[in-house]
Design a binder for this molecule. Sequence first.
Ligand SMILES: Cc1cc2nc3c(=O)[nH]c(=O)nc-3n(C[C@H](O)[C@H](O)[C@H](O)COP(=O)(O)O)c2cc1C
Length: 201
Amino acid sequence: MKTDSPRPKSDANMKTKTLIINGSPKKNGDTTAMIECLSRHLTGEVRVVSCRDDISPCIDCRFCWTHEGCALQDDMQEIYKYLADCDNVVLASPVWFSSLSGPALNLTSRFQTYFASRRFRNAPVERKPKKGLIILVGGNAGTEIHPLETARMILRTAGCVKEEIASVVSMNTDNLPAKDDSAALEQIRGEAMRLNLPLES
Ligand SMILES: Cc1cc2nc3c(=O)[nH]c(=O)nc-3n(C[C@H](O)[C@H](O)[C@H](O)COP(=O)(O)O)c2cc1C
């Protein structure tokens, strides 16, 4: 079944930058299917960071309690730069034990530097205000409430405006793979249209 239309042409005047976080350890799983659908409909620049990339979890060394940035020198340093001026952040994860996946939490634990800058240094990191999108996939409906709440908190920490965070779930993947979940894919297309418009417009 073909559910996607081709990627629309990009409008140079409305070019947005979107960071997508893939919290699934699988290359071609349900989370990736949802991300691929979204990416096809985003007209601006898209950067995907995966929990399979070389990014360590936060080690709570507390460097960020007294210094700007993060002491861990790995690929996350590039992501911090991208987060400074991107327009959108998408957090996509499978549900694991009624939570975000462990790898998704490992990666996003590196946002602790943003929390610490505000809480302990009274010097919030300057970032462009962003729109957010949460994408969750799960085998069985009913366990998405808690991870949705956690993902909202993470996206707020990443710089997303509270009222601009939406979510799409595909919570029956044991029976219906996300790539065939036409209702969820339709919602993803709608969310792509929302993310294609910069927050200021
Ligand atoms: C460790 C583990 C825990 C899981 N816990 C849940 C759960 O609490 N609720 C649920 O609906 N699915 C749960 N699942 C199923 C996955 O969320 C589901 O298979 C998902 O589609 C996998 O996405 P992926 O292919 O992108 O990794 C769990 C899977 C694993 C591996």
